[in-house]
Write a protein that binds this ligand. Structure first.
Ligand code: HEM
Ligand code: FES
Length: 781
């Protein structure tokens, strides 16, 4: 059976037509999350139509819940999923390839008759065996070795496209997206290219067997295919053993099996041979089909890529985030524990739904909107995270980039044909069975200009650089908001609405040689942005440049929005404290709290009312909650009084000068965790002075690598240079994105993200600025 989907289910009740028995009268049953948890079905209904949308209620109300139908704990928020991936000791991957629907006795007998003995591979192996194996087999996946594979991928892609370029209508899955990733996988692995059609049957059977819910009858058919796949894998290994000089990763694995059989065991080689064909191929085929479907149904994005192929690497990441091919993965608790306040027993099985985390608004602004300019798309969890993160992620990325580059260049007029999409029902692998596309061959650009066919663009292997991601925006209006403060209204240069944002969010304006961050302070749903910019005479020149050069009608580049200063909407009372230009995020928070009907106070201080922006607006919109303080009028904030009067369950949010933030941090030192939230708008971190710094060593527990971090290099740069992905945004210790976990060693904290308590715990550090104390050694997990 295949699941059919309409074009979009966003915004509609996820349970319409499938409401649980006690789902309240007449409306969407989200008012009863417990009932939603009981009704959750991973094999049919809303989850199969759109897993992220189907679990929106859970992200908002019950982010970790037990599904009695599945027998798993379902985890749906970004941070929780990442925390589970990060701790592969407490949350073992041992159940990753377990049959999610247990085999019937008959199917077991059939599998036995084929000597089926699928066991540990890499993805479902515990430590320390896993890391030893991963280290021994990592080389082929390093970026410098993958660079050589680009020509092979392009050659295979072009050959397939040549076959259908004049057809005018094809099923892209059948015509290219199924076969090319399979051929690439076989080349990479060094496996002979025979029996492509048989392999298709085999890998579908393996997926259904592992992640699907086959009927008793289907179990028999699947068991035969899986059994044959197992035997085929064994035969291929024997053939490969007879070619000791063979190239490719599986040949390397076989050689390592002979060299270090206790690490790369016989059982591993056989199991891996079967698993890797699916891991390397099915994942990429499905992700590519999702990518074309998504881009062709967001025509603006497709047209932008056709016009500017440099957007391709980030568009691929956004497709992997918004419509990834692995929507959920599994883990098993090895001890009783707690996740987001929910007690989990030892042995608890977890379904961690990456598709849901990937659209979690707590991490991705406007998370359910597809946006190829999203500057943190690369944070998606589709490749997993931590010690087991996909080893082949850069091969998958490479293939998807090349497909997109070749298709947008040679078939920019491609469109999605009218069709109903069908999907194989299962918990984890997602992509349409077919993808019909159409175009007018008479308009193929290469008919007019044959050279179009051979243009080649090279993208370096690896995650896209954040510096290359920015959208074009136009300045609609420039206003003087107060003395020394300029207000700008910005719109998208293509006339599309700019993405929605949440209170506390900021954007980065790229003007001239300067990239500077400014909080958003207009209304969030207008499709335009408002920022206010203080002219800082002592700054690095960015604000002066904007004040002096920006005029209405100018086109600039804009990065974001991102939110590193989030409002917890569950507090009982709010005290908002703004100093000077720090009013910008605080004003957005006040607007939001007013809209929510929450009790709040707004305290706004400045040197003089002449220099305080938005005075009329704050008075008109927040008059009842507002207290103003102007130094030149002799009115100063009573910070101890504010903190003392904070009712239980209340929270304080502050943005302003360093002195204000530190004073509040001191005053709230003994308050319950989560009481005080702050955002700096500038930093004293202005780079490394090698004269004053010391070199140090960082040991990476996961890979066993020991990095030397010289006096003129940050830890972040040393990690990135070793080919390990770490997110990084500000590189100034302001945003928290480059955090790494520390298990041993003393840290010299230099960031403005961690609280005092978090610093003294000595467990986390911001790798862009913080270092090991006194040139010592630190151990990172
Ligand atoms: C592991 C996804 C392509 C080889 C994984 C995991 C996921 C994943 C979710 C488990 C991660 C975890 O447990 O943290 C994907 C996606 C791909 C892709 C979405 C394409 C878009 C590939 C390719 C190859 C590959 C092309 C090989 C050529 C592997 C291997 C592992 C793995 C060997 C096991 C790593 C370990 O456990 O240490 N992949 N994958 N993958 N993937 Fe991929
Ligand atoms: Fe922002 Fe390090 S990149 S804190």
């Amino acid at each position: 059976m295949a699941i059919q989907t309409p074009a979009s289910t966003k915004g509609s009740c996820p349970f319409s037509g499938a409401a649980p028995a006690n789902a309240g009268q007449g409306g969407c049953p989200v008012s009863d999350p417990e009932a939603m948890a009981r009704a959750f079905d991973a094999f049919e209904g809303p989850y199969q139509l759109d897993p992220a949308e189907a679990l929106r209620w859970s992200r908002d109300q019950l982010p970790v819940f037990y599904s009695p139908k599945l027998g798993y704990w379902v985890v749906t928020r970004y941070d929780d999923i990442k925390a589970v991936f990060r701790d592969n000791i407490l949350f073992s991957p041992r159940n990753v390839l377990e049959k999610i629907t247990p085999a019937t006795p008959e199917a077991m007998e059939i599998l036995k008759s084929y000597d089926y003995a699928m066991n540990r591979t890499m993805v479902n192996e515990d430590e320390p065996a896993h890391m030893e194996r991963r280290r021994a087999l990592l080389d082929h996946f390093l970026p410098e070795n993958l660079e050589q594979q680009q020509d092979m991928v392009r050659r295979l892609t072009r050959a397939k496209m040549d076959e259908f370029i004049d057809a005018g209508r094809v099923d892209l899955v059948e015509a290219m997206l199924y076969e090319v990733p399979l051929l690439v996988a076989l080349h990479f692995l060094g496996v002979p290219e025979d029996e492509i059609a048989t392999l298709k049957t085999f890998s579908v059977a393996h997926s259904v067997n592992t992640w699907g819910k086959p009927s008793d009858e289907k179990q028999i058919e699947v068991a035969h295919d899986v059994g044959r796949f197992w035997q085929y894998a064994g035969e291929v290994i024997e053939k490969m053993r007879a070619q000791p000089e063979g190239t490719g990763w599986m040949h390397h694995t076989i050689r390592m099996n002979e060299k270090i059989p206790e690490v790369v065991t016989d059982s591993y080689v056989h199991s891996m041979m079967m698993a890797i064909i699916v891991a390397a191929h099915e994942t990429t085929s499905l992700a590519s089909a999702n990518m074309f479907k998504t881009l062709l149904s967001h025509r603006g994005a497709w047209d932008d890529i056709c016009a500017d192929p440099s957007l391709i690497p980030n568009a691929v990441e956004e497709c992997l985030r918004y419509a990834g091919s692995i929507v959920a993965w599994r883990r098993q608790a090895t001890a009783p524990t707690e996740l987001n306040g929910v007690a989990l027993p030892e042995g608890a099985k977890l379904l961690i739904v990456q598709a849901s985390g990937n659209q979690d608004e707590r991490h991705f602004e406007d998370g359910d909107t597809f946006d190829i300019y999203r500057d943190n798309a690369v944070d998606h969890l589709t490749f997993g995270y931590g010690a087991h993160q996909c080893m082949g992620k850069n091969i998958g990325r490479m293939e998807m980039r090349i497909f997109l580059e070749e298709m947008t260049r040679r078939l920019p007029h491609l469109r999605l044909a009218e069709q109903e999409f069908t999907y194989m029902p299962n918990t984890s692998f997602r992509g349409p069975d077919a993808l019909w596309v159409e175009w007018d061959p008479a308009l193929n650009p290469e008919r007019e200009s044959p050279e179009v066919k051979d243009v080649t663009r090279h993208f370096p292997v690896g995650a896209p650089s954040r510096q290359t991601i920015a959208r074009k925006a136009r300045v609609v209006e420039v206003r003087q908001e107060a003395e020394g403060i300029l207000g700008l209204t910005l719109e998208d240069a293509h006339g599309r609405p700019l993405p929605k944002w949440s209170a506390g969010a900021h954007v980065e304006l790229c003007v001239g040689d300067f990239d500077r961050k400014y909080s958003l302070c207009g209304a969030p749903d207008t499709g335009t942005y408002q920022v206010a910019i203080l002219r800082e005479e002592q700054g690095r020149g960015g604000s002066r440049h904007i004040h002096e050069t920006i005029r209405a009608g100018d086109e600039i580049k804009l990065r974001g929005p991102s939110n590193l200063f989030r409002l917890d909407e569950g507090a009982s009372h709010y005290v908002l404290v703004a100093g000077g230009i720090g009013i910008t995020p605080i004003l957005a928070m006040a607007d939001r709290l007013k809209a929510l009907g929450k009790p709040y106070e707004l305290h706004y201080a400045g040197r003089s009312k002449r220099t305080m922006a938005f005075l009329d607006r704050v008075a008109a919109d927040h008059g009842a909650a507002l207290t103003l303080y102007a130094d030149d009028e002799g009115r100063f904030m009573d910070l101890p009084g504010l903190v003392e009067a904070l009712p239980e369950g209340g929270q304080i949010y502050s943005c302003g000068p360093q002195g204000l933030l530190t004073a509040l941090e001191d005053l709230t030192a003994d308050a319950p965790e989560g009481t005080y939230h702050f955002e700096h708008f500038s930093t004293a971190n202005s780079g490394l002075d090698p004269e004053k710094e010391q070199a140090f060593e960082a040991e990476l527990t996961d890979s066993g690598m020991v990095l030397q971090v010289p006096a003129d290099t940050t830890l972040l740069d040393a990690i990135l240079a070793a080919g390990i992905d770490v997110a990084c945004d500000c590189r100034e210790g302001l945003c928290g994105s480059c955090e790494v976990a520390v298990t041993e060693g003393e840290i010299d904290h230099r960031d403005m993200v961690l609280t005092r308590a978090e610093r003294s715990a000595n467990r986390r550090m911001m790798s862009c600025v913080s270092r090991a104390k006194n040139g010592g050694r630190i151990k990172l997990s």
